[in-house]
Design a protein around this ligand. Structure first.
Ligand code: BG6
Length: 548
């Protein structure tokens, strides 16, 4: 049942499908809480997708956490929602000794724990599990790939043998070898019968040079179009909605430029510390872990020009153009425009947390950043002079991802006498997670005889409008990889351009130990220097919105 509007708040009803960007459709706005006949979903909303072609999905590194927590639950849900190909097989490839049956049992236990809808549907599970197989093998052993080839051939000579999705849930250092062995075993071809695709996850290298080398390895036996680089942020419903929101709403699109926008804030904050991932994090840091991928991806969707179509290449061309328009940072600019931080012991929501240097597998004198805030300028016609502030960090007071578009204030000539010098500027907040939705902040007169002004908000909430159905990012990403739509995957030039930006920041930090100003207590909003970064231009961070 739809929630009633809370007194004093307007609900913005936003009707669209964000599920399938290729289903271009209209958005109807209304400030009422009932569905008007004019608001009927556009003709393509909820339209059936064409079923993907039959295929086999091979997961390398199948014993790992990712398979149990994300991949199998996602594939099961696609099956449940009847989105999988009419026939399919899933093969887990890993070193541990297992049978098909014992692996199925393990996966079932994981599904009971990690499925987004419980309990697991027995009928769906039975059909699903019958298509799941296990192939024991070492990634470095050529004979294991021959065994895999035999298994795939046993599925028949048609699409289950020829249409192959290889999910490399392995160390990036193993990508080159896996790809080479797959090719040698006649399982991966640049041009041949059927289709073969490779899915890989970050980290895509640790700098531009290593990313370049990794990309060369991946494309030795596959075309770039066969490589699906996953950034799980692009699989999130709210991130997929950014293009829909921007390019199907004239009232916002007209304001989306330097004439109306004062600045933009992108926050991805997390209450978790690095926990068990100290070893990985020592090599990554917040800049590589979050900014190189998720933050720059969100930025490019927020700021890019309209693509000529929703074809993958058109969208990705615009994202690359945007990344290339970011003003390069020389080391001297890094000192002025980038703030790094590292948490020391504190408490998050009352829970004590150790300092980063006390975490497992972290050096006691580590200079790795667990927080980064960046001020960027985009030197193009639309955004010239508008600061974009990006921040992300671990052990912050709240877990939230949001984009705040802060508009320019009106000249305060009418209300200054009654309301003082400060008239709140309008802001539009895209709440990516949690409380997924969009809020618009504007000024309203406080009811009464005097002329009091107060900022009020209109909220659109996914839950209230569409119910609780939110597919996991991996469901969307796996489906698009199977269907061969590359829009949601990161193209080679995107990855490499993002590394150029990140490398220039790292060059500015080179050889510089953290100073006292760069530490923050766990449970606070990062180092003081991050506030100063915005204060330079008279701005201040806004805490992510909490919608009650
Ligand atoms: C991952 C990072 O890519 O994204 C993690 O490696 C981070 O450090 C995670 O916690 C955040 O993802 P989400 O979906 O929880 O915002």
């Amino acid at each position: 049942m739809r929630k009633k509007p809370v007194t004093g708040e307007y609900f913005l009803i936003f009707r669209a499908t964000a599920l399938n960007l290729s289903a271009a459709c209209a958005i109807v706005l209304a400030m009422v809480d009932t569905q008007h006949p004019d608001e009927a979903p556009c003709s393509n909303a909820g339209a059936e997708r064409k079923a993907p072609e039959p295929c086999t999905i091979v997961i390398f590194g199948a014993s790992g956490d990712l398979t149990a927590r994300k991949l199998i639950p996602a594939l099961y849900h696609l099956c449940k929602d009847k989105m999988m190909p009419p026939t399919f097989r899933i093969v887990g490839f890993a070193r541990r000794e297992k049978t098909d049956e014992s692996w199925r049992q393990e996966l079932r236990a994981a599904l009971d724990q990690f499925s987004r809808s419980k309990p697991v549907d027995e009928t769906v599970w039975k059909d699903f599990a019958a298509n799941v197989f296990y192939c024991r093998g070492d990634l470095a052993d050529a004979a294991a790939y021959n065994k895999l080839e035999e298994m795939l051939t046993s599925f028949g000579s048609g699409p289950l043998r020829e249409n192959l999705l290889f999910y490399l849930a392995t160390q990036p250092s193993q990508f080159g070898q896996v790809v080479e062995e797959l090719h040698r075993a006649s399982l991966l071809h640049k041009d041949g019968v059927g289709w073969q695709r490779i899915v890989v996850e970050k980290p895509f290298g640790h700098d531009l040079a290593s990313a370049h080398a990794l990309n060369n390895e991946l494309t030795r036996y596959a075309h770039e179009s066969q490589v699906c680089r996953i950034d799980h942020y692009l699989g999130k419903e709210t991130v997929a909605n950014i293009l829909m929101f921007r390019f199907s709403n004239s009232i916002f699109e007209k304001l989306w430029n330097r004439n109306s926008v004062d600045h933009v804030q992108i926050t991805i904050s997390e209450t978790l510390g690095v926990g068990e991932r100290g070893g990985y994090y020592e090599e990554a840091g917040a800049l590589r872990d979050m900014a190189q991928n998720h933050m720059l991806q969100v930025l490019s969707l927020i700021a890019m020009e309209p693509p000529v179509s929703l074809e993958a290449e058109s969208v990705r061309d615009e994202k690359v153009k945007l990344l290339k328009s970011i003003r390069p940072l020389a080391p001297a600019d890094v000192a002025k425009q980038v703030v790094r931080g590292q948490y020391f012991a504190g408490a998050v929501n009352g829970q004590p947390r150790p300092g980063y240097r006390q975490e497992t597998k972290v050096k006691t004198d580590s200079n790795v950043e667990t927080y980064v805030a960046i001020k960027l300028f985009i030197d193009n016609w639309r955004w010239s002079g508008v600061p974009f502030y990006l921040r992300t960090g671990k052990n912050l007071p709240m877990s939230a991802s949001e984009v705040r578009i802060q508009f320019r204030p009106t000249p305060n000539v009418l209300f200054a006498a009654q309301c003082g010098n400060h008239l709140d500027a309008n802001a539009l907040t895209l709440r990516l997670q949690p409380n997924e939705g969009i809020s618009l902040r504007f000024n309203g007169k406080v009811p009464g005889m005097s002329l009091g002004v107060r900022p009020v908000r209109m909220h659109f909430s996914y839950d209230a409008e569409f119910g609780a159905y939110t597919p996991e990012a991996y469901e969307r990403l796996l489906l698009e990889a199977i269907a061969g739509d590359a829009t949601l995957f990161i193209r080679r030039d995107e990855v490499e351009t993002a590394w150029q930006i990140v490398d220039s920041i790292r060059a500015g930090w080179q050889g510089k130990a953290l100073t006292n100003r760069e530490f923050y207590a766990a449970g606070t909003w990062g180092p003081i220097a991050a506030d100063d970064l915005l204060a330079q231009l008279g701005h201040a961070w806004h805490e992510p919105l909490v919608i009650k």
